[in-house]
Write a protein that binds this ligand. Sequence first.
Ligand SMILES: [Mg+2]
Length: 421
Amino acid sequence: MGGVCISSKSNPVIPNTTKNEIKLKPPIPSRHSNTDKPWFDIQYHDKDFTRIMKPNEIKSMMLKPPNAVNKTDLNRILGSLIGLALGDALGAHVEFRPYQYLCEHPVSDLQEGGTWGLVKGQFTDDTSMALCLATSLVVFRDFQPYDQLVRYKWWYRHGYMSSTGECFDIGAATRQSVLEFEERQKKFSMKHNIPYQDMDFLDDQNILSQFNVYCSDPAAAGNGGLMRLTPVPLFFHKDPAKAVEYSGISGKITHGDKRVYDACRFYGSLIVAALLGESKNQLLDKHFYQKHISWFGNEPLHEDIKKIAEGSYHNKKKGYVDGIRGKGFVVDSLEAALWAFSIDEGKFETGALAAVNLGDDTDTTAAIYGQLAGAYYGYDKLPKRWVDQVYAKEFITCLSEWIVYEGDNWFQNNSSSDTRL
Ligand SMILES: [Mg+2]
């Protein structure tokens, strides 16, 4: 890992505004993107923009999609998002604790307090950023990385999609990319003579195509892209090649290392396959990558990711003692999540707790596991005693319905014939 910038929550940056950092005004809530779903834009309780609306407070404003959505798809899509949130919430109170601590104090249930002092069921940056990504997809009805970065900025600056109303945990690489994005917005605003307060609401494709969204240090190899990935394969799963391509880009905009791009592409392909009904043996088959090679375009996986795709974790059944690690390096995280899925004996509880109890980046390892396991097992197979305690469950449910609805619409309107199933 020499020379690699491992910037994740194993090396967190707690946001606070320093003298050198300009405190930006909140965007004006009445100035929405051209959307028929204004409740997914940043909202405040007051005219002074001091009290942001949290996800569980938005739910009452939301409309459902006009038509009933496919229940099988919804079960898997909701399963994946709740699976992510559950893994996140299960690991949050012991985040940064080493493996030895978890051996002595194994996690067996949702807990309050600990690292961030959260209420039981509240989630951290993993789920908040995934909700930013999901809302962007359904508002734009497409993959729009500029708007994804806007929403990550809203989360960092204003607590958008946070379970507490504040961004209390951000990885170093994500923070660097968001700050770089702000700088580029300022320069772009001046160069194109666009008022700065309008910069968060650009929707002209000609203008947007001139904005370089790759804001990351090219050596950033933390797990911050993988931890929030799942809305992309969920939304685009009916066009696997697009889903895989967009999965990679969704990580690359904040984490520039090729291994992040490929970890997101490979994990995205597994989530797509789970939604398309492939069996667990098929998903964990060491030939999965070769069997689905047409989904990956002409760009082969990085060797480190290919080893995992070819089943490295199958030879590490004992987990930590065999070399599985819950660290913030994206290669470790991907292997650990797949190891947990491979040894969970068909039970979400078993896999999620195995991921948490590896220690270190506990919430993220379990959140990554939960994205795939939740999609594979489906919402109705997740442990009810835990699901009932997930923060903003109703909001996530309604958002999932919109992912099914707008994902179907996108497929009908945009998919190219040679990549369709
Ligand atoms: Mg987290």
